[in-house]
Design a protein. Structure first.
Length: 339
């Protein structure tokens, strides 16, 4: 680390082991993580145990998927010299603190978490009536508090989880003494990033542009992308503000290109194919350097594993220090204490 924990606030964030990432993951979190490295002491975790909360029935790809996530992080600019990069299950203290928190967390707190009911209602092809699924916010609290995290970068939909973490920290401190800070939610600005079909970009919808997609694939996906439904003919004027391709331009294109899009689309002086080509140019300009950086790790995956092993040691050390405080506060120290 370039600075000690005393001079920089500590942040914990993570992604589930879902395999290769797409542009939605980049815009929604990863881009922000890269920027945060300059300001915070960052712990970035591949949440493979969290992946089990819904995908427990088949774990055959979980390790491979974890590595793919890390390769995309490194390609995007996560710097292991400035951030701790590790896999959740490699740091057993997460599980120990989760167990201790589960002893004090009321069931009602978990049942009111908005995403609990939402996912149970929407995910019909999996049995989610498990303790692991109900209790995953407790594990999430352990992930954050085992590093005494000061802040958690989240979108609006995750604020309730951070608030639950604060409540668990408060309850623990009330029983056993002040051990944990109450972490703050760092709201991540959520740009509207549509998939190729106009809906939110998601692997489950099959509408993604992957960070690893080569240029011909990016251009082909853009060619099929939906546009302003009111623009039926080439001569019809369009509105970039209601067009998914326009949304891509707002996020990835230069001001000059965006100005050309607005002028050309509204006057019908350009067609959708030309507009999509400009969007593809902007995406390729972003993705090519990432893919070049990724290639080094794809050719020698051991490099990425070495980074994870180093990150695991650093994470275990930080988590271990917290667990000494936790056990001491609870009267469960590992040390011999003479009467």
């Amino acid at each position: 680390m370039n600075a000690s924990p005393k001079t920089r606030k500590r942040v914990l964030s993570g992604m589930r082991s879902t395999g290769k990432l797409h542009l939605g993951n980049y815009v929604g979190a990863l881009q922000n993580w890269v920027r945060m490295q300059d300001e915070y002491e960052c712990f970035f975790m591949v949440a493979d145990w969290h992946a089990l909360t819904t995908d427990y029935a088949d774990t055959s790809k979980i390790k491979e998927n974890s590595i793919e996530v890390v390769l995309d992080w490194l390609a995007a600019g996560i710097d292991p010299a400035r951030s701790v990069v590790f896999i959740q299950s490699h740091v057993p203290a997460h599980a120990e603190l989760h167990l201790l928190f589960s002893m004090i967390t009321p069931l009602g707190w978990l049942e009111r978490v908005p995403t609990y009911k939402e996912q149970r209602d929407n995910i019909k092809d999996k049995d989610l009536s498990t303790y692991g699924f109900l209790g995953y916010p407790v594990l999430q609290a352990a992930d954050i508090l085992v590093y005494k995290g000061d802040a958690v970068p989240v979108g609006e939909d995750q604020v309730a989880h951070v608030e639950l973490t604060r409540e668990i920290a408060r309850r623990f401190n009330g029983f056993y003494g002040e051990v944990f800070p109450e972490p703050q939610a760092l709201l991540t600005p959520a740009a509207k990033l549509p998939g190729t079909d106009g809906r939110k970009m998601s692997k489950s919808y099959g509408n993604t542009i992957m960070l690893t997609d080569p240029e011909p694939v990016v251009r082909q996906k853009l060619k099929t992308m939906v546009t302003d439904p009111a623009r039926v003919r080439r001569s019809d004027p369009g509105n970039p503000d209601v067009c998914p391709v326009g949304d891509l331009h707002k996020i990835f294109s230069s001001k000059e290109t965006l100005a050309k899009v607005y002028e050309g689309c509204r006057s019908a002086s350009i067609g959708c194919i030309e507009c999509k080509g400009w969007a593809a140019d902007s995406l390729v300009q972003l993705l090519n350097p990432m893919q070049e950086r990724r290639k080094k790790f794809e050719e020698n995956p051991r490099l990425a594993w070495d980074i994870l092993e180093d990150g695991t040691e650093r994470a275990r050390k930080a988590a271990g220090t917290t667990m000494v405080d936790v056990r001491a506060a609870m009267g469960m120290s590992l040390e011999y204490e003479a009467k």
